[in-house]
Write a protein that binds this ligand. Sequence first.
Ligand code: DGY
Length: 328
Amino acid sequence: MPRERLSVVVTRRLPEVVETRLSELFDVRLREDDTPMTRDELIAATREADVLVPTLSDTLDASLLGQVGDRLKLIANYGAGVDHIDVATARQRGILVSNTPGVLTDDTADMTMALILAVTRRLPEGMAVMQRGEWAGWSPTAFLGGRLGGRRLGILGMGRIGQAVARRARAFGMQIHYHNRHRLRPEIEEELEATYWESLDQMVARMDVISVNCPSTPSTFHLMNARRLKLMKPTAVIVNTSRGEVIDENALTRMIRAGEIAGAGLDVYEHGTEVNPRLRQLPNVVLLPHMGSATVEGRIEMGEKVIINIKTFEDGHRPPDQVVPSML
Ligand code: DGY
C-alpha cells in the first residue's frame, strides 16, 4: 500500500519550479500571495502540517512553538539563517529544524563586494547625477573614491560566506584580516593570506573596511555597538550582508552623520523593514532591500535543499542540514 504523503505547508511564494517539485512529492499547501503569514495563520499552519517550510519573515519563537500541534515534526527553513526560529524550544518539543546552507554563499559574497565597491567608489552618487540628467562631463576631481587595492578588510565572522568574501577581496588586492569564534586551520589562513585577530577591538581599530558576515545569535547582538564603532578609523567604512542586529543601527547612523565613520553599505537592518530614516538621507550610505542571496539560481538551489531535507526526513533519516542548538 502506498504510504501517505507528508503534509507540507509553505509560508511564502517560492520559485515555480520549486513549488512544482514540492507538489509532485508531498501533499503541499502553497501560499497564494507573497505576503508573510500572520501569527494566527502560522499557528494554524503548524497544526495542519507534518512539515512547515518557513522563511526568515516568519517568527517562530517559544510562545508560537508552544501553540503548535502534535503533528508538526520538521521545520524545513527556506534560508540559511535561523535566528527567527527558537531552535532550542523546537528541539524540546521534538521538532527538527533544517536550513539551506552553502547554496547562497557565493551570491551573498558577491553582494558584499558590490556594497564595498558601491560605498568606496561612490556609485549611488554617480547614478543619482546621471538619473537627474545633471552630468556636466568628466572632471579630474569629480566623484573621487578610494582604491580597494591595498586596503585592509576586516571580516567579522569567517564561516563559509566570510571566506568567500575573503577570496573575492584578495582578487581586488585587499589585505585580509578576520575575527572569528575559532581560528581557521593554518592551511585555510595560508590560502586566503588572512591574518587572525583574537581581539575584535584591535582589528576594528586598524581596518579600512569592515564586513559583517557572522550569524545573528544572542552573542553577536550589537557586536558592533557604539563603543566598538567608535574604534573605527574615521576614513573606514562598514558593510553588512548578514543580519542587522549585529550592528547598533542608531549608533552607526549618528556616527556617519558626525563624520566619525566614512560610510556604510547595508543589506540588512536591525528592525527589519523599519530602516532608520536618517540613514536614507546620507549620500555615503548604500542601502539594499536584503537582496544578498537574491539570484534565480540561488533561490532554486535553496528549494532543492529544502526538498532534500524533507525527503530524507520522510525516509526516516536526519535531514542533512539539520540545525541543532549547539551549532548556534
Ligand atoms: C538567509 O538565507 O538567511 C539569507 O539571509 C537570505 O538572504
